[in-house]
Ligand binder design. Structure first.
Ligand code: PEP
Length: 262
């Protein structure tokens, strides 16, 4: 049985005080409603606020995991402006994103770099959320599954099956991110069932049955429950709606209450 996993990607938003308040509100609500019994939760603040948020989560003895939105795969050296996995570990980070669509399509990261990042983070013991998803023109051309398959194969090349237990996939159709448009629950389920079957060929059907696949793309409290009820939707990666504690916690509650048995 896969425990749902909901992540809040704060992107390049908030200041230090707002980051502390948001982390505190999320941690308090998750603990008060014991949501962590039925759902894993992570928040991904901007790098500079990782220590602020770490302190808040530690002071509340929170089960909410601290995540980083990005990192550089080399251990150290002349990589101006970059942050290493060891530095993130030092800040208490447990989970990292790789291949987020804004890094792929705004910053220009390619499959080869995303693969290096994914392998490095898994080898260093982090939980990794590998993000994949098609652009609007690719969807219009009927290439959703082809794009997902290519990004999965490239992103996971050389990842040993023993590391699959720490891997989560986020299926995030690029046209749905931050746009207010979201895939229908049936579309998300269809794409994610194909993703699971591809994970079965990459690793093994047994390993694939344990890997959590999140949906991401304009998920909000009002539209989350139906998507989260789909068999192959094991939680969500949330951008805009993760910046409001009540909205984010409502999505976590919907994931915790989603029907089980998968
Ligand atoms: C994201 O950034 O991963 C995301 C899904 O953003 P939003 O929820 O704002 O579409």
């Amino acid at each position: 049985m896969r425990k749902p996993f909901v992540g809040g990607n704060w992107k390049m938003n908030l200041d230090g005080a707002a980051a502390r308040t948001l982390a505190d509100d999320v941690a308090r609500a998750v603990a008060a409603d014991k949501l962590d019994r039925a759902c894993d939760v992570a928040i991904f603040p901007p790098f500079v606020y990782l220590p602020h948020v770490f302190n808040v989560l530690r002071d509340r003895s929170s089960s909410v995991m601290l995540g980083a939105q990005d990192f550089w795969p080399e251990p150290n050296g002349a990589f101006t402006g970059e942050v290493s996995l060891a530095q993130l570990k030092d800040c208490g980070v447990q989970v990292v994103l790789a291949g987020h669509s804004e890094r792929r399509h705004v910053i220009g990261e390619g499959d080869e770099l995303i693969n290096r990042k994914t392998r490095a983070a898994l080898a260093a013991g982090f939980a990794v959320i590998l993000c994949i998803g098609e652009k609007l023109d690719e969807r219009a051309a009927g290439k959703t599954d082809e794009v997902n398959q290519r990004q999965l194969r490239a992103g996971l090349a050389g990842v040993p099956i023993e590391h699959a237990a720490r891997l989560t996939i986020a299926y995030e159709p690029v046209w749905a991110i931050g746009t207010g448009k979201n895939a229908t629950p049936a579309d998300a389920q269809a794409a994610q069932a194909k993703v699971r079957s591809e994970l079965g060929s990459i690793f093994s059907p047994e390993a694939a049955s344990r890997i959590r696949i999140q949906y991401g793309g304009s998920m909000k409290a009002g539209n989350a429950a139906e998507t989260l009820a789909q068999n192959d939707v094991d939680g969500g990666l949330i951008g805009g709606a993760s910046l409001k504690a009540d909205e984010f916690v409502a999505i976590v509650s919907a994931a915790a209450a989603a029907p089980r048995g998968r």
